[in-house]
Design a protein around this ligand. Structure first.
Ligand SMILES: Nc1ncnc2c1ncn2[C@@H]1O[C@H](COP(=O)(O)OP(=O)(O)OP(=O)(O)O)[C@@H](O)[C@H]1O
Length: 629
């Protein structure tokens, strides 16, 4: 993935806020109001001290201001700095006017502050509300976009990755990204406004002291920048360890039956402890970098404050500033500038930590879907001729080991074909090429003579119903699980599909009937019941191509007979491919294909294959002997 710096990554993150620019503008507007209102309140400190306390009067009495200019000869042309100061303060003359109006007495100052209270209340509320609105909308959008980007990835993408890693990126890393957004919107947007306001006030009170503060800025930021890089590095590796932990936990719970059956609780617990310890060590490295960052900043601030007090004392003693100005200056620096710089430094560190998560989330966006629609892809509306495999070879490892070798097979529309062969012969792999779970390495799979790579993937899948070896049920109601076959089907259609799959009677006997929620991974149902739900789902889909991969393997003999009848009804007129180990279930298929080591070695009807002394007859006899034994 192309590496981008801090600004690049922040900009990419902020691009997600583009659809919400109106709310961003409202948040910034509220922030400006809020910060200015705070600044104006601080500016009232000067009249409180100089006019009301030191002047000891309730009326406007112009204090003889002790100024560095006062001894200057009147004919001398003011320096450039002084002219600039005059110009700047002239622009802020409204503050002076406000002061005159509002600073006659403690009461008028109190009233002025009270007038600002609702403004501060509203601007504070809206700036927080809009910032949060944008931030959470962006977080939700990022997660949705990652999901949308990942779901079309081919099966191999998910098989080659730890699902815990994906889970961790979608939860932990996005949570870290969210805190990055908080920093961006809270600190990076709001704090500079406060900093500008604080510095303006500080310059207004004493430009010389303010310049000293500006000179000290690099001393504050250098340690922050250095530690920021470390924080990002440790942040990224601690997220990787968290993802390992998520994956281990997910696997342990998914395989809890096996863990219990083999009494492996202690072993699993040891494994989890080890991974947790590794995560802890990484997390501590991150904590150390963050602690160094914060404490170095605190050290510099405290030192800076000490110097400021010495210098402040010096200037007040030499009467170059009024006590009111010094009070205002220290308040502006203490409440606005220093707290803001502290927040910016802390925010920078948090941002670096978050960018580690942002990086990992953006890595997912960089993955191009391996199976994409061809630019000239056509939509498949139905199937007229059939399916064909033309010189198809396939490998899971980029051609190192071929699982399917030069397969040539034509299946006519409406034909029922069974694929048999030893375990590992490549039967499931062959049928997985039809819905494009994988693409062939050589040759092509065609439907109605169109290479399926040139058919719109969605329309291809719409023509196929699959019942696979590993029946998966969602932790939702039985109704929803069956409805997965065809969204929008009526209750009658669901019941009819369930009846055909011989599961309806079982469902209606349950206290909650079709609204019964299936336990996690379908643990609450027996293997046979799960498979019948999956068959009902496929029946409901009513697609013209049926792929049954060991569809009846988990059924007891009674259910198998009933489901077999149902399947027989269902497959009438449909192009069906059945992968089966139980040879008794495929005797009446139109054609039986025998596979061995990734090649088709025999093909024909049960009768014709039995008349040959080939692989089928050998396996069939072995199968019959096993059944009789
Ligand atoms: N996702 C995968 N990644 C890598 N290799 C795989 C994958 N799926 C299957 N294989 C390998 O491909 C070979 C064929 O597997 P396949 O599942 O197609 O055989 P099968 O004939 O359906 O076997 P069974 O009857 O046991 O299900 C096996 O050696 C298997 O280990």
């Amino acid at each position: 993935m192309k590496k981008s710096g801090l600004f690049g990554e922040c900009a990419r993150l902020l691009l997600f806020a583009k659809p919400y620019w109106k709310y961003v503008a409202l948040a910034i507007f509220s922030m400006v109001i809020y910060t200015s209102a705070n600044g104006i309140q601080i500016s009232l400190i000067k009249p409180i001290v100089d006019k009301l306390l030191l002047g000891n009067t309730n009326t406007i009495v112009a204090l003889p201001k002790i100024d560095i200019d006062q001894d200057a000869p009147s004919h001398k042309k003011p320096s450039l700095v002084k002219q600039f100061k005059k110009q700047v303060f002239h622009k802020f003359s409204f503050i002076e006017k406000l002061q005159r109006l509002a600073t006659n007495s403690f009461t008028s100052i109190g009233v002025t502050m009270a007038i600002f209270a609702p403004i501060i209340f509203l601007s504070c509320y809206f700036q927080q509300y809009f910032r949060n609105l944008v931030m959470w909308a962006v977080v939700v959008d990022i997660r949705n976009k990652v999901c949308d980007h990942l779901l079309p990835q081919p099966l191999s993408f998910f098989e080659n990755r730890k699902s815990g890693d994906l889970l961790s990126r979608l939860t932990n890393d996005i949570a870290v990204t969210q805190s990055g957004l908080t920093v961006l919107f809270d600190d990076i947007l709001l704090q500079p406004l406060k900093l500008i306001c604080g510095l303006t006030l500080a310059f207004y009170f004493s430009w010389k002291l303010s310049l000293l503060i500006l000179i000290a800025f690099p001393a504050i930021f250098i340690p922050v920048l250095v530690m920021g890089k470390k924080i990002k590095k440790h942040g990224k590796s601690s997220l990787r360890h968290l993802s390992d932990l998520t994956d281990a936990l997910r696997e342990m719970f998914a395989g809890i039956r096996i863990v219990k059956a083999f009494k492996m609780e202690a072993e699993e617990s040891r494994e989890i402890h080890e991974i947790s310890n590794r995560f802890f060590m990484k997390r501590m490295k991150l904590a150390k970098a963050k602690a160094i960052n914060t404490s170095t900043s605190e050290f510099v601030y405290t030192l800076g404050l000490a110097i400021l007090i010495i210098l402040g004392g010096y200037v007040i003693m030499s009467k170059k500033i009024t006590p009111g100005e010094l009070g205002g200056f220290i308040t502006a620096i203490g409440f606005m500038v220093i707290t803001t710089i502290k927040k910016l430094a802390k925010g920078y560190a948090s941002l670096q930590e978050s960018l580690a998560g942002v990086n990992r989330v953006f890595e997912l966006f960089a993955i191009e879907p391996a199976i994409k629609d061809h630019p000239e892809a056509v939509a498949l509306k139905n199937i007229h001729e059939g399916i064909s495999f033309d010189d198809v070879s396939f490998s899971y490892d980029n051609g190192k080991d071929y699982i399917l070798k030069d397969i040539n097979l034509t299946i006519s529309k409406g034909e029922i074909v069974a694929i048999v062969g030893k375990s590992g012969a490549g039967k499931s792999t062959l049928i997985n090429l039809i819905p494009r779970f994988y693409d062939p390495v050589k040759g092509s799979v065609k439907i109605d003579k169109i290479d399926i790579r040139k058919i719109k993937h969605e329309s291809l899948l719409a023509q196929i119903a699959i019942v696979s070896q590993q029946t998966f049920l969602f932790n939702r109601s039985l109704r929803e699980n069956i409805l997965y076959g065809r969204k929008g089907a009526s209750d009658e259609e669901i019941y009819s599909a369930a009846k055909s799959a011989n599961i309806h009677d079982y469902i209606i006997d349950l206290p909650k009937g079709y609204d019964t929620v299936v336990g996690e991974l379908g643990l609450k149902l027996s293997g046979g019941q799960r498979q019948r739900i999956a068959i009902a789902r496929a029946i409901l889909k009513n697609a013209p191509i049926l792929l049954l991969d060991e569809a009846t393997s988990s059924l007891d003999y009674e259910s198998e007979k009933l489901v077999q009848d149902a399947l027989n009804n269902l497959i009438t007129g449909k192009t069906t491919i059945i992968v089966a180990h139980r040879l008794s279930t495929i005797l009446h298929c139109d054609r039986i294909i025998v596979m061995k080591n990734g090649c088709i070695v025999e093909a024909g009807s049960h009768k014709s294959l039995m008349s040959e002394e080939g692989e089928y007859k050998r396996v069939y006899q072995l199968h019959s002997d096993t059944l009789q034994a």
